[in-house]
Ligand binder design. Structure first.
Ligand SMILES: C[S@@+](CC[C@H](N)C(=O)[O-])C[C@H]1O[C@@H](n2cnc3c(N)ncnc32)[C@H](O)[C@@H]1O
Length: 225
């Protein structure tokens, strides 16, 4: 008999792992933006671009306890959160009763095509199996309006191949910014900017952000492959 390991079981594992640590995660990270001026600056730029284009709300996908969702919403763009973990969603709702938080997976979003003006995905695609990442990026492109922006945050590595590392919650991968930028290009996005910062005290890896845009009109060489 042949057993096939499917993505749903990987999602189940990730969900259970984040359900178990949701309160601790919220305690440790809910105020973290206060000490991250570069990330705050990037979020301000992202907010400005999304508002200038005015094509729909922003989804913070893999929002965890919702601290970044609330920060971005406070900068202007209507923002809601989506997370795989029901415990994270419950904490996010409790901390931000005026904001919307939904349970869901980035692998199959319960959103119509082209409804979002922006997507934030900060340290959430790190748990996606590398072979599944093109599926997630295609899903991001599907739900973004033409001209919409995506801001992706992740742990950086030098190796051209994704490197599994001992993340404390669930199996995770570091990516070379060049390789991830290439996957985004193949998924039909245009790069706008990138940020690579050195680890702060207590952090192990360089941290990367890629800011990309879905083209207004797709040209043949920007069609996803
Ligand atoms: C490292 S935390 C990051 C949380 C928040 N974005 C932040 O920057 O603090 C990763 C989050 O992604 C969520 N996540 C992982 N896989 C997901 C998936 N397939 N769909 C939606 N959320 C997912 C986890 O439940 C968790 O809350």
């Amino acid at each position: 008999m042949i057993f096939v390991v499917t993505q749903p079981s990987a999602l189940h594992e990730t969900r259970a792992a984040y359900d178990a640590v949701a309160s601790l995660y919220a305690e440790l990270f809910s105020d973290v933006l206060e000490v991250l001026p570069l990330e705050r600056a990037l979020l301000a730029v992202f907010a400005e671009l999304v508002q200038a284009h005015d094509a729909g709300p922003v989804a913070d996908i893999g929002c965890g306890p919702g601290h970044v969702t609330a920060h971005l919403h406070g900068l202007g763009p209507t923002t809601f959160g989506i997370d795989l973990s029901s415990e994270m969603v419950a904490l996010a709702r409790r901390a931000n009763p005026d904001l919307r938080f939904d349970e869901g997976s980035m692998t199959a979003l319960d959103l119509d095509d082209g409804v979002l003006g922006g997507i934030l995905a900060l340290y959430s695609v790190i748990h996606t199996r590398p072979e599944q990442l093109p599926v997630v990026l295609a899903e991001f492109r599907r739900v973004l309006a033409p001209g919409g922006h995506l801001l992706l945050g992740f742990f950086a590595g030098d190796d051209p191949l994704p490197q599994e590392f001992d993340h404390k919650v669930s199996l995770a991968y570091r990516w070379s910014p060049d390789r991830l930028a290439e996957l985004l290009r193949q998924a039909g996005f245009v790069e706008v900017a990138r940020l690579l910062r050195e680890p702060r005290e207590g952090e192990r890896f360089q941290q990367a952000h890629l800011l990309v845009r879905k083209p207004e009109v797709s040209s043949p060489d920007q069609e996803p492959r």
